[in-house]
Ligand binder design. Sequence first.
Ligand SMILES: [Zn+2]
Ligand SMILES: [Zn+2]
Length: 147
Amino acid sequence: MSVKSTVNARMEKLKGYLGEKGLKATSQRDRIADAFFRTTTHISLEELLKRVKRKNSSVGYATVYRTMKLLTESGLALERQFGDGQTRYENLPEDGHHDHIICIKCSMIVEFHNKKIEDLQAETAKKLGFKVLNHKLELYGYCRDCA
Ligand SMILES: [Zn+2]
Ligand SMILES: [Zn+2]
């Protein structure tokens, strides 16, 4: 899928969610959502605000915060805390779920997917009688350069 069609599909989903909630689209919210939907990494509110401000300087932190809260509630954004006190957001991956390994020295974040781990988690949850909706697995340590 091209970037444009991916962004458009995400905007359509957001419109649907806003409609369900009886919320109107606003141009500022659309711009913030558009900028976020184009990101391919884990972005903080400050970083996102910087990007949006390049095109529209009247957008403020509170609007970015509220928009990202809405996107998280709608399931379009995933909220991540990697232990440095900063909340970061990422788009739902097109290619499915992934987990993270984080360097506590240089803050490098690497995404990984391991089917064995995923299966083991599903099996464990099943044994405990849980229907799992989502999970986050984060490994912390030192990367090759920092070790
Ligand atoms: Zn996982
Ligand atoms: Zn490192």
